[in-house]
Write a protein that binds this ligand. Structure first.
Ligand SMILES: Nc1ncnc2c1ncn2[C@@H]1O[C@H](COP(=O)(O)OP(=O)(O)OP(=O)(O)O)[C@@H](O)[C@H]1O
Ligand SMILES: O=C(O)[C@H](O)CO
Length: 523
């Protein structure tokens, strides 16, 4: 337990209110105490997937320092290791890798978001920074998650490094979310601008990350296994931090070390579906036509070891453990929450209602219809790993406080021009839902936060809400529906009670999608 609490120093100091559930102290427990615990559990989830700890779990040197161990594989070390990386969490991953590899690391090139070094320095996160005489060259680029000239230069440097390797070398590839935009290498004659436009159009028309990255792979020299091919005959080990539901290695950062299984027909189907086929630039048509007749087929990746070293599920598992230490019955609902944010919010609202009735059957709670509606909605959302029955089972009977943990990435279809993010919008919508289903004797709190610490283009990571949200807002003259109609959740939370419902962590240096926490605490 001491070790577990090390991750959570503030939790260790906080009074363990739920342990005293049913007693007078618990009855005095305020929403703020619950909110503090929610924020601490969020931090513990993120703490489990920080670059340093993750790297050290995945990589080790044998006692003589002659072999690099990755899972159950060993690689000979003789000052023959090269490193490349691209993604939002790669700076800290590279710092941890360089520290571990020492003199065995010959050279590295990484492509990371613009301003990340300054932000980490400013936040005092020195462990995320490379040392002054690092062998790793850093390129910053892809402002606003879009490929740009800086990212293109980085991609060229990465390609050159990979192409210069021999069969005696080992290439360590560090990959995390945001990697696609940070590694643009369009196949000529496609230009960077054309690729940028196509990516933007697909995203704006609601293409999924799977669809978007299928197109990116078809138009890129390095994605879809291209980087692995460039590094051949060197051995390649890819360490991947997943930011995609289900952790598909071929999708994350467009799978630069995974042979693409898609063909031109798949691309044309996607482009057709989003009404983009007719207006395709000639260059894109040329590249797709060439790919169709390429006798070599997709790159082969037999020399590659792809390893997922961090994921949303891992973060949730840590927070679940911490919640149990705090006396909650903690259930992981899913690490793959997806779907329209409105439906996801309705789902959490109904879940709280149904769960509340199970927790204290005597209260006027959910009806049979609401139970059925919850299951219907769950089926509609098509969440692959949803443990709804298990979660509801944990709530049967008068057994104390419950914490439901989930993760993933709901979708917001932007209609207004307000300021917000996925997590703040979800929290606001859940707050509105909770108000519709008052649960007399149970304190309910919902928190949603982006594990990277930045929710959309805002400075907050997310927000937390309780059923009293709408009435508190009304008292301050804020109308929830109006803010939602403008996708203006951040402005709403900034104004509500002086911003106390906002979750502020600063940039965390990692990225495993969003974390959702739902607490039900009988009074
Ligand atoms: N005003 C808004 N209200 C709600 N959501 C918004 C708003 N503006 C942007 N978003 C959402 O924020 C997301 C983009 O935010 P961000 O740049 O944090 O990317 P991300 O998807 O979190 O990146 P990653 O997946 O790499 O973490 C999009 O899903 C977009 O729909
Ligand atoms: O970079 C990307 O492609 C997305 O973040 C998904 O990994």
């Amino acid at each position: 337990m001491a070790a577990a609490l090390q991750l959570l120093p503030r939790v260790a100091r906080a009074p363990l209110l739920p342990l005293l559930w049913g007693g007078p102290v618990a009855r005095l427990a305020s929403g703020m105490a619950l909110a503090e615990q929610a924020q601490q559990l969020f931090e513990s989830a993120v703490g489990a997937v920080l670059p340093g700890p993750m790297l050290h779990r995945a990589l080790s040197l044998d006692p003589g320092g002659r072999q690099l161990r990755v899972r159950d594989r060993s690689f000979q070390l003789q000052q023959n290791v090269y490193l490349v990386g691209f993604g939002k969490a790669v700076l800290g991953m590279a710092a941890a890798a360089e520290e571990l590899l020492g003199q065995h690391l010959v050279q590295g090139v990484i492509s990371v978001p613009k301003g990340i070094r300054a932000a980490m320095e400013h936040a005092g996160k020195r462990e995320m920074l490379l040392k002054p005489h690092s062998r790793v060259q850093v390129f910053e680029g892809a402002e606003d998650n879009l490929p740009d000239r800086d990212a293109l230069r980085a991609a060229l440097a990465i390609q050159q490094l990979a192409e210069g390797l021999t069969a005696d070398d080992l290439l360590l590839v560090l990959i995390s979310g945001g990697g696609s935009a940070l590694l643009p290498a369009p196949i000529p004659p496609v230009t960077l601008e054309e690729k940028q436009t196509l990516t933007k159009l697909l995203a704006a028309r609601g293409a999924t990350i799977q669809e978007l990255n299928t197109i990116r792979k078809a138009l890129s020299q390095l994605k879809g296994g291209g980087l692995a091919q460039a590094a051949y005959p060197a051995q390649v080990v890819s360490l991947i931090l997943s930011d995609v539901v289900g952790d598909p290695v071929e999708v994350i950062a467009s799978g630069p070390t995974v042979a693409s299984a898609h063909n031109v027909q798949d691309c044309l189907h996607i482009l057709n579906h989003y009404g983009l086929r007719a207006a395709l630039p000639r260059s894109v048509k040329t590249v797709l036509a060439r790919a169709d007749s390429d006798p070599r087929g997709p790159p082969s990746c037999g020399h590659v070891l792809n390893v997922i070293i961090g994921s949303n599920a891992l973060a949730l598992a840590e927070a679940q453990q911490q919640a149990e230490v705090l006396g909650y019955r903690a259930v992981v609902l899913s690490a793959a929450m997806q779907g329209d944010v409105k439906n996801v919010a309705q789902f959490y609202g109904l879940l709280a209602q149904v769960a509340g009735t199970r927790l204290i059957p005597s209260i006027a709670g959910a009806s049979v219809e609401e139970d059925a509606k919850l299951h219907e909605l769950a089926a509609e959302l098509q969440i692959p790993d949803l443990q709804l029955e298990q979660a509801l089972e944990a709530m049967v009977g008068d057994r104390g406080p419950v914490c439901v943990l989930a993760g993933g990435e709901p979708t917001v279809l932007l209609q207004g021009s307000g300021k917000g993010g996925r997590n703040q919008e979800l929290a606001l919508r859940v707050g509105a839902e909770l108000e519709r289903w008052p649960l007399g004797h149970i304190d309910v709190l919902f928190l949603s936060g982006g594990s990277d610490g930045q929710d959309g283009p805002t400075e907050a990571a997310g927000a937390w809400v309780m059923p009293e949200l709408a009435s508190q807002a009304a008292a301050e003259g804020l109308d929830v529906a109006t803010f939602l109609a403008h996708n203006d959740s951040h402005t709403f939370f900034c104004r509500l009670q002086g911003g106390t419902h906002l979750l502020h962590t600063g940039l965390t240096g990692t990225n495993v999608m969003d974390i959702h926490l739902l607490f039900l605490q009988p009074r």
